[in-house]
Ligand binder design. Structure first.
Ligand SMILES: C[S@@+](CC[C@H](N)C(=O)[O-])C[C@H]1O[C@@H](n2cnc3c(N)ncnc32)[C@H](O)[C@@H]1O
Length: 249
């Protein structure tokens, strides 16, 4: 079954521009880049790269980035926007690189779009070099739980605006639409991501729910009342260290 991404590619590219939409421009780009700048990464893989905007940002940081995405129309846009870049039509569940090929693997708001997330996390870990970093931006689960029921910001009878969601613990897929984009993604509770990440023996080295730091003040306030995203940085154990869930000997 289609996930809508091929038909939504043009609207998606229009929604991003070079600066990204509100959530990228005013919430996630800065903390993602802040983590990237902490170590001298050489070779990065951006999994679910879309039209390649974050790959171009990585290149601006002097990091050789490869972008993969199964949506042909988005990879076509990525190649058009960055003719010198390395963009490939590949899904996260079957990454066509040797083990240990990258010191940085990124999933920038793509985990909720990936059908088999446990296999994808296994693949992302496989292509990471020992000591390498898996950097993840994801939609917060209570947001995807709202989307999946057409909820979100609602007005109560007494006039208060609250962020509503339901069936948080139930993993499910839903079609969502905005700005001419119509795609299918997944709501999963946080544990559905944490469990496969821990099972890979990765160590969580950073966790944040970044606030909005600019843009339209009304939107900023909403993003800060119900943070939209979370950021996780995981490290693969170095050769010879424990492969247990905590990475401790
Ligand atoms: C919300 S977009 C994010 C794109 C980009 N990372 C960004 O932040 O602008 C989600 C992306 O996940 C991709 N995607 C869907 N299924 C995927 C899969 N199985 N493996 C990898 N990426 C997938 C879609 O094609 C889409 O480009």
């Amino acid at each position: 079954m289609s996930d809508g991404w091929e038909d939504s590619a043009d609207a998606w590219v229009a929604s991003q521009g070079e600066e990204g939409d509100f959530g990228r421009r005013w919430v996630m780009d800065a903390p993602m880049l802040e983590r990237v700048r902490r170590r001298p990464y050489v070779r990065a893989l951006d999994v679910g790269c879309g039209e390649g905007r974050f790959c171009r940002m990585l290149a601006g940081e002097g990091i050789a980035a490869v972008g993969i995405d199964p949506t042909v129309a988005l990879i076509d846009h990525a190649r058009r926007l960055d003719p010198g870049g390395d963009y490939r039509v590949e899904a996260a569940e079957a990454i066509g690189f040797d083990g240990g090929a990258f010191d940085l693997v990124i999933s920038y708001l793509s985990l909720i779009d990936i059908p088999d997330v446990a296999t994808a996390i296994r693949e992302m870990t496989r292509v990471l070099a020992p000591g390498g970093t898996l950097l993840i931006a994801n939609l917060a689960g209570y947001n995807s739980a709202a989307d999946a029921h057409g909820l979100g910001w609602v007005t109560l009878a007494d006039g208060r605006r609250v962020h509503a969601m339901d069936d948080y613990l139930e993993e499910r897929t839903a079609w969502i639409e905005w700005r001419g984009i119509r795609i299918r993604n997944w709501h999963r509770p946080l544990g559905a991501y944490m469990t496969p990440l821990l099972e890979q023996g990765l160590t969580l080295t950073h966790f944040a729910e970044p606030p909005a730091h600019g843009g339209d003040p009304a939107r900023q306030a909403l993003y800060n009342r119900a943070p939209w995203f979370l950021l996780m940085e995981w490290q693969k154990p170095r050769a010879g260290s424990s492969s247990g869930p905590t990475g401790r000997a």
